[in-house]
Design a protein around this ligand. Structure first.
Ligand code: DGP
Length: 112
């Protein structure tokens, strides 16, 4: 079954899209945890970080570069955080790999 993020890729449900290319899509999180909270996702349906294979190297690299590009676009010159929650123990809720870009406030460590 397609995840909610596949529906966003297919424009079946709306999202505030901030970047798109042939491999990735970036859009604002519906429940922002920071002044800037953008999700970068691969267009190909991959459930989690745990489901990647060697052939995904370019796509994963692209997602990280897109996160950095969007951070620049959003004016996060003071820094930001990129997070991937993986499966249940990692706190992943949507079963489609995504990179959270968080910024615009001081991040704390350790995360919860
Ligand atoms: P995670 O817990 O890592 O799986 O994060 C999933 C994130 O996805 C969470 O921060 C909320 C966001 N999210 C869930 N459904 C939607 C949606 O329909 N639209 C948007 N823009 N974000 C969503």
């Amino acid at each position: 079954m397609p995840s909610i993020f596949t529906k966003i890729i297919d424009r079946e449900i709306p999202a505030d899209i901030v970047y798109e290319d042939e491999l990735c899509l970036a859009f604002r999180d519906i429940s922002p945890q920071a002044p800037v909270h953008v999700l970068v996702i691969p267009k190909r349906e991959i459930i989690s970080l745990d489901d990647l294979s060697d052939e995904d190297e370019q796509m994963v690299g692209r997602c990280i570069l897109v996160a950095a590009k969007v951070a620049q676009q959003e004016g996060l010159s003071g820094g930001y955080r990129v997070v991937v929650n993986c499966k249940d123990d990692g706190g992943q809720e949507v079963p489609h790999l995504h990179f959270h870009l968080l910024g615009g406030r001081q991040m704390t460590w350790p995360p919860g």
